[in-house]
Design a protein around this ligand. Structure first.
Ligand code: NAD
Ligand code: MG
Length: 383
């Protein structure tokens, strides 16, 4: 029986993880549940799973009488304080955005294993996270489907050198659209992802292809692979979740229906596989698997993310991520158009001045500055 903290328990990844716990009460116990503001959702989960501790960034107006057997923490550091109080075996970092970095660092200090969905924590604080994990001897298990696929392929690696990692990419809802049409896409066009159902921020990132750029950076940190040896292939069916090529040209792939519970369950149960009752892959029904190259001219965010990693400046991905989070929020609020996201990120990267990234405080400083620059750019667009 493993005790597990779900940080970001009310989100897309968090609720799917709770679904797996619900199916396997003999294997997992939810020990800590945290969320940002959805107190009704968190109350429901706490009522069902009865964790030792729970936390909300935004304090709710009240905590129901029947939920007071759980120890409650409120405020921006609720995940860290709940982890310190309970020290569960595992923590699943399913918070969205750079806001999750502190929780990931806290989990590395308090838990035996960290299951990482929160890619922005690696994109911004990759060196800090890797260093702390190595220092503490805490394994980082990827939850992002591409990285889980690579991790699974690497189980068959032996001592062999990896030639390259090949991340697959669905291409998002605008894969076949012209640049002008993409520029004018509406929020509802964007939220209609062809193969995956996810939280709204990552869904926007999938439409700009920023998500794939962030995933290249994530793979660089997780697998210690240089940018030049991480390729991306567009694969609209989302059946191959990613691949590893070896020196002799052999390519290993991990396949399955697009259902995040495979990747979440793999990290939760590792090294054992956990059945979750999902659909099985029917090859005849799938019929054809197709592949193509990503087009950086229609998806500039993808190019900008690769350039940030190529630059070798550790502060560049932090600025990229901060600008992107600010621009995506402005798009979802209806303040800017879809094409504005890439323009804002590009403008911020053009004005970015490299800074050192040795502590989490350094990350937050660069992040704040990028958001400030993004805000100026948003206001300029609005004029
Ligand atoms: P989501 O928006 O659905 O959920 C985010 C969760 O984090 C919510 O429970 C929210 O309350 C919580 N949260 C936000 N800020 C917090 C904070 N400061 N402290 C505690 N909780 C906080 O997002 P999601 O789609 O589940 O994505 C979560 C992370 O997983 C992201 O980094 C995303 O890139 C990654 N990811 C998601 C998917 C997917 O299928 N949804 C796939 C791969 C990777
Ligand atoms: Mg992914």
């Amino acid at each position: 029986m493993r005790s597990i903290a779900i940080l970001g328990a009310t989100g897309s990844i968090g609720t799917q993880a709770l679904d797996i716990i619900d199916r396997h009460p003999e294997r997992f116990r939810a020990a800590v549940l945290t969320a940002r503001s959805d107190w009704e959702g968190l109350f429901r989960a706490v009522r069902k799973f009865r964790p030792q501790a729970a936390g909300l960034v935004e304090e709710p107006p009240f905590v129901p009488e029947d939920l007071r057997g759980t120890e409650w923490f409120f405020g921006g550091d609720c995940s860290r304080r709940a982890l310190e109080a309970v020290r569960p075996d595992d923590a699943l970092a399913a918070v969205v955005g750079v806001a999750g970095l502190d929780a990931v660092l806290a989990a590395l200090k308090c838990c035996r294993r960290v299951l990482l969905a929160n890619k922005e924590a690696l994109v911004t604080g990759g060196h800090l996270v890797k260093e702390l994990a190595a220092q503490r001897g805490v394994p980082l298990l990827p939850v992002d489907s591409e990285h889980s696929a690579i991790f699974q392929c690497l189980e068959a690696r032996g001592d062999n050198e990896i030639a390259r990692l090949i991340l697959t990419c669905s291409g998002g809802p605008f894969r076949t659209w012209e640049r002008d049409a993409i520029d004018r896409a509406s929020v509802s066009d964007v939220l209609r992802h062809p193969t995956w159902r996810m939280g709204s921020k990552i869904t926007v990132d999938c439409a700009t292809l920023m998500n794939k750029g962030l995933e290249v950076i994530e793979a660089h940190h997780l697998f210690g692979m240089p940018e030049s040896r991480i390729d991306v292939v567009v694969h609209p069916e989302s059946i191959i979740h990613s691949m590893v090529e070896f020196e002799d040209g052999a390519v290993l792939a991990q396949l399955g229906v697009p259902d995040m519970r495979t990747a979440i369950g793999y990290a939760m149960g590792y090294p054992e596989r956990v059945p979750y009752g999902g659909e099985r892959l029917d090859f005849a029904k799938v019929g054809t698997l197709s592949f193509g190259n990503p087009d950086p001219s229609r998806f500039p965010c993808y190019r900008l993310a690769r350039e940030a990693l190529q630059s070798g400046d550790a502060s560049a991905p932090v600025a990229l991520n901060g600008a992107n989070e600010a621009a995506v929020a402005a798009f979802l609020d209806g303040r800017i158009g879809f094409g504005g996201i890439a323009r804002i990120v590009e403008a911020v990267m053009n004005r970015h001045v490299p800074g050192r990234v040795q502590t989490a405080e350094d990350v937050y400083g660069i992040d704040r500055n990028a958001r400030r620059l993004a805000q100026t750019e948003i206001e300029r667009i609005l004029k």
